[in-house]
Design a protein around this ligand. Structure first.
Ligand code: NAD
Length: 481
């Protein structure tokens, strides 16, 4: 059976433990490969390689670093089909989505930061009249750790690695043990692109073992993490006493506010996507839908009719809209929330059932599910489910919907549908979220700051924010006569 090996110092290698985890194909519910179960010994080996590579990589010219990142971007593009198939097999997402979104975005991440580093500059402050000149230099931190989740595997893995490398750091990275395959394939691509050995090291395995070893390593000075809020809390607790730099991109429970004056048809089709894309397993999905009362009944009818048209099926088939959930434990978790919704008085307007797909009877398929709720404070409307499940309820006033939207502990993104400019400004300013989309969703310009507030995270990624995170600012102050 195929083995997913660590990639350390430019070479693939087995874990010291010689232990292996099962890697499942969620569309079939079958083990199809084995993952290196790495421990602190493997992380130490990866750290040493990264440490040795740092002096040279941090002194490599910006032009050379940029060229290598652009080469990686091109190679990802050239291997788009193979990478997309690997992603679908590992994650269960529709192949069409992996081809249109995941892999192109992984390539864009390298291309974007390959260009961005050539434009990254720092400030100078002249103390006029005092014969003093200050300038700021932004130096790479050293060896940094990058840890990513399973929902957008290569997309989010590269979103961290690319700026870290561009800024001149060397990296020890760990993808999710649920979806390690494309990160594994990236090692070979980096070698082909001429990335010097040791600059990027990829260690596989579980969070408590390999992940924890990265976070608690005393000489890995910064951690960029994307994943669940509980894990983020644990990482913060481990890293804070060592004063590590931390960027935490965590969970969400994003509201979708629909006002009667919106462009209805556009809103309807985008809301289907923002609810169920990637089986609802995107941290930015709009899982709480609030609809102005005057259009509520119409919306309910039209939304259910559109969602009924979505095909749940084998992710490799071209007409599949909703593939498999990522794992059996995750499927069970999502189903338990559907049961809870019923206990809490929610009405299932559509879906709610596991689906048996012909030829893939053991796969983890679930119908897209719409739950009408009575109380915005019910658990199903407050806790992150991270599956193809949305709640809906009506509202009457702006004040009321803002109160409901802001009632959760999360604050990642929000979507607002209205054609009233005054309302756009008023509501956007009051929504507690790191990103507010107005009349659009998942519309990303990589230069913009990305991240959440409240329990959705600390810090911002994207654009120069990411390059600032992966560097230390130093003020040089010169007094002259
Ligand atoms: P998770 O927290 O279980 O795991 C994420 C990563 O952390 C994995 O690689 C895992 O192995 C590792 N990990 C687990 N325990 C660790 C520990 N003690 N020390 C170090 N590493 C550890 O999250 P998940 O289930 O893979 O992903 C789903 C979650 O990610 C959802 O909550 C979702 O909202 C969130 N997410 C957030 C964003 C964002 O940008 N804010 C994007 C995507 C996903």
């Amino acid at each position: 059976m195929k083995k997913i090996l660590n990639f350390i110092n430019g070479a693939y290698c087995e874990p010291f433990s010689q232990d292996w985890l099962d890697n499942y194909n969620p569309s079939k519910g079958e083990v199809y490969s084995k993952i290196a179960y790495s421990s602190s010994e493997d992380v130490e080996k990866a750290y040493q390689a990264a440490k040795d590579a740092f002096p040279s990589w941090s002194n490599t010219t910006i032009e050379e670093r940029s060229m290598i990142l652009l080469k990686i971007a091109s190679l990802i593009e050239e291997n788009l089909d193979a990478l997309a198939e690997a992603e679908t097999l590992d994650n269960g997402k529709p192949l069409s989505l992996a081809k249109a979104v995941d892999i192109p975005r992984a390539s864009s991440n390298f291309r974007f930061f390959g260009h961005a580093i050539t434009q990254f500059a720092s400030e100078a402050h002249e103390s006029v009249g005092l014969n003093t000149m200050n300038f700021t230099i932004r130096q790479p931190i050293g060896v940094v750790g990058c840890i990513s989740p399973w929902n957008l595997p290569l997309y989010l893995f590269t979103w961290k690695i690319a700026p870290a490398l561009a800024a001149g750091n060397t990296v020890v990275a760990k993808p999710s043990e649920v979806t390690p395959m494309t990160a594994y394939l990236l090692g070979e691509i980096c070698n082909q692109a001429g990335l010097p050995k040791g600059v990027l090291n990829i260690v596989h395995g579980t969070g408590p073992s390999a992940g924890q070893a990265i976070v608690s390593h005393p000489d890995i000075k910064a951690i960029s993490f994307t994943g669940g809020t509980k894990t983020g809390e644990h990482i913060a607790r481990t890293a804070a006493p060592m004063f590590k730099k931390l960027s935490l991109e965590l969970g969400g429970k994003n509201p979708n506010l629909i006002f009667a004056d919106c462009n209805y048809e556009k809103m309807l089709s985008v809301t289907v996507r923002s609810s169920f894309a990637n089986q609802g397993q995107i941290c930015l999905c709009g899982s709480r839908i609030f609809v102005e009362k005057s259009i509520y009944e119409k919306f309910k009818t039209d939304f259910v009719a559109k969602v009924k048209e979505l095909k749940v099926g084998n992710p490799f088939e071209a007409d599949t809209n909703i593939g498999a959930l990522v794992s059996k434990p995750h499927l069970e978790k999502v189903k338990s929330y559907i049961d809870l919704a019923k206990e809490e008085g929610g009405k299932i307007l559509f879906g709610g059932n596991q689906v048996t797909v012909e030829g893939s009877e053991n796969g983890y398929y679930l119908e897209p599910t719409i739950i009408e709720i009575l109380d915005y404070q019910c658990r199903v409307n407050q806790e992150e489910i991270f599956g193809p499940v949305v709640t809906i309820m009506p509202f009457e006033t702006e004040e009321e919907v803002l109160k409901m939207a802001n009632s959760v502990k999360y604050g990642l993104s929000a979507t607002l549908w209205t054609s009233n400019l005054d309302r756009t400004m008023r509501v956007s300013k009051q929504l507690e979220a790191g990103i507010v989309w107005v009349n659009t969703w998942l519309n990303r310009d990589l230069r913009t700051p990305f991240g959440g507030i409240k329990s959705s995270g600390v810090g911002r990624e994207g654009g120069f924010e990411a390059l600032k995170f992966f560097t230390e600012a130093k003020n040089v102050c010169i007094k002259y006569d």
